[in-house]
Each structure stands twice: as C-alpha cells, then as structure tokens.
Unconditional design. Structure first.
Length: 389
C-alpha cells in the first residue's frame, strides 16, 4: 500500500485522497448453476485489487496500474466514455464510471486512480470484477454517493456485460462486493437473496492450484452448455412448468428426465439439477462445521463436472486426482473449466508436503507446472483509509 501511494505521487504529481480495496473471489461449490437459476457458494479472498484515488478539478480521467507499468498512464474523458481496445484493462474502471453516470449517479469530475493487484494473473479468481468493485467504492466514497452495495454490485456487472461486452453472471461481483471475513455466501442467482455462513476450517486450509493451462475452449463450450440446458427446460416443460433447471429437486428430475431425448443434453441437465442440490447441502454441512461432509460434496461436484457437464479436461482432472491421492479432504475444479484453477481443503500440517507431491504428480502427468496459493477468506470491497497530503 505504501508503494502504491508512492507510485501515485510519482505518476500524478500529487498525493492520493484515499486508499481502497476489493478482493478476488473463489467459488467453493456450485459450478455452472448460476445461469440455470441455481445457487452458488463463493467467498471473498484476502488477495485483491488496491486503488489509490484523487478527485480532479476537470473532466479528465487518468488510470495507472503497477501491474501494467509498460502501458503508462491511460487517459480518457468523463464526457466521452467509450470502449477502446488500446485501453486494455482500463476499460473496466471506465465501464463502471459509464454505468454509474447513466444510472443517474452524480459523478461530477474526473479522477486520477492508480491500481495494484495481487490476484495471480489468469488464475480465474476474478480480477476483472475486483477492479470494477474497487472503482465503484472509489466513486461512492469520493463523490459521497448514497448507493448501497447490492446496487453497486449490479452496476459493476452491467459494466462488464454492456461496456466491456463479457456476458458474466453476477456471482463474481456479488462475492467481491458483499464478502465477509471467514464466511461464505450462499447466493440465489435468480433472486439475489443470500445467506452467510462461517467457514471454520480450524485444522485445515484452503489451497487454490492454478493448472497454468490457458482456457482455450471455454467460451464456445460455455455457450453450447447454456443452450443445451435451455433445450432441456423446453423438453421437460412438456409435462412440467419450470423456468430454470434450478427449480427442480433430484427426484423431480429423475421422474421426468425421459422427456429429454438427447442423452448428452440429459447429462447436462442432470449436472445443473444435482449441483444445485449439492450446493444447498454444502451450506448445511459448513453451517454445522462438517468439513469432511463438505469435502465429499466438493469431490462429487468435480466428478459431475467431469462426466456429466464435461468441462474439466486433462489438466484439471490430473490436478484434482493428484489432490485426492494425497489426502485432500475435498478437491474440485472451480470456474468455467477447461483450465484455470482447482480448490482443495487440506490438513494444515500437511500443506508443504501436499504442494510438493501434488505438484510433482501433476507435472509428471501433464508436463505443466502448477502454482499453489494458500488463501484466506477476507472481507468485501471497502475504503481502507484517508491519505491526505
């Protein structure tokens, strides 16, 4: 933080007004349920995006990132906010400014903002939503906007959907905006109703492992899975009246699955229904402090994502199987799939041994080297401190 404040002064010639933070996030369980009207179960992390910011007297916007120093200061104008490919990462804060203004919030002057993120690049821990939420907190605090956090979350998602053009659900922004230290959020993606539950790991830790496999197929496969699930709903509605697969119990699905003609589409629907039920069960397990039961549900989630939804791939499977073989309480892929990260719960006194052995097995099986991060569950987006002169 000290370094960020120093860099701000060097780049912009004056001290920042205040310092802000928004975390990254990881989804503990509930994968590909969000667009199926189901539940997700994310938590905010202790790593994230820091921002030092200062209001200007004119309409000029100046953005700088310590993570992309070679790009220097990126400039824009508050009155002409448009997506520009050359602006790269700065389109995210620009998008937030754009949607806040269009929603009628009184952003009256330009800003200087310097960012620093310690979320591992490309790890799928949602650095884009983190930069959006930290920008929304900057706007709320510096312009004294009377906006609640849920509204700021919705606007941040809108910035990504409409300004940047990425069709993400609301989970990332929600977990980052409303996260709470040592708690996970059970979120109904349809209603935005949520419940917090403590994550009491005591003798265990959360480890995120990055496959370092670029997600090549994710976009086209994601769109295909969405349309298959929509097809399943249409076919089930020959006898049912549902809007999404998330409305079904496992028993209802089993009684009516014969209506889905294509066996592949039937498997996709099965994952959506069963994963949603697993997520609700996982909330109960964690609320009761049953870490072993929670871990078992994580394992079942990965198997379903591998066999029914088919979004894992060789690298994720190799990393998860190595974790299972080395005694992880639970391990699964997290995120869209086809690369990215796994999450596992591991005995606290086995961490070093676990990382060494799983890393070796993964490299032997894939030729790739994985990165491991022992993570803590942190608070959501917030102002850290006034800085002054």
């Amino acid at each position: 933080m000290e370094q960020l404040l120093q860099v701000f002064k060097e780049q912009f010639g004056q001290a920042a007004d205040a310092l802000f933070f928004a975390p990254g996030r990881v989804n503990l369980i509930g994968e590909h349920t969000d667009y199926n009207g189901g539940h997700v179960f994310p938590c905010a992390l202790s790593v994230g995006t820091y921002a030092a910011a200062r209001k200007r007297d004119d309409q000029k916007l100046r953005f700088y990132s310590m993570n992309f120093e070679d790009q220097g200061i990126i400039e824009a104008d508050l009155g002409e906010l448009v997506y520009e490919e050359a602006h790269d990462w700065a389109n995210y804060p620009k998008g937030v400014l754009d949607v806040f203004k269009k929603a009628g919030w009184d952003v009256t002057s330009g800003l200087d903002i310097a960012f620093y993120g310690n979320i591992p690049n490309g790890a799928g821990l949602s650095s884009s939503a983190s930069i959006e939420l930290v920008t929304s907190v900057v706007l709320r605090e510096l312009f004294a906007l009377d906006i609640d956090q849920v509204e700021a979350v919705k606007l941040s998602q809108k910035a990504e959907n409409e300004f940047v053009g990425v069709n993400c659900g609301i989970m990332d922004q929600f977990a980052i905006g409303l996260g709470k230290k040592d708690h996970a959020l059970l979120l109904d993606c349809d209603t935005l109703e949520y419940k917090e539950t403590p994550v009491k790991l005591s003798d265990h830790v959360l480890i995120i492992a990055n496959t370092n496999k670029r997600r090549g197929l994710a976009d086209s496969a994601y769109n295909e899975r969405r349309s298959q699930c929509e097809q399943a709903v249409r076919e089930l509605n020959q006898e049912l009246e549902i809007g999404t697969l998330g409305e079904l119990t496992k028993e209802q699905f089993e009684a009516h699955k014969h209506l889905i003609e294509d066996p592949i589409v039937q498997r996709r629907a099965k994952h959506a229904v069963y994963e949603n039920r697993r997520t609700l069960e996982a909330y109960e397990k964690l609320t009761n402090g049953d870490i072993a039961g929670f871990g078992q549900l994580m394992n079942e989630s990965h198997i379903s994502l591998r066999d029914d939804y088919e979004v894992t791939g060789k690298e994720l499977d190799a990393l998860v199987e190595a974790a299972w073989n080395e005694g992880a309480v639970g391990a699964r892929m997290t995120g869209a799939g086809f690369g990215g990260c796994t999450i596992q719960i591991v005995d606290r006194d086995q961490v070093d041994n676990f990382i060494e052995r799983v890393g070796a097995a993964y490299e032997k099986g894939t030729g790739l080297s994985a990165d491991f991060y022992v993570v803590e569950i942190g608070d959501g987006a917030r102002k850290l401190e006034e800085v002054g002169q």
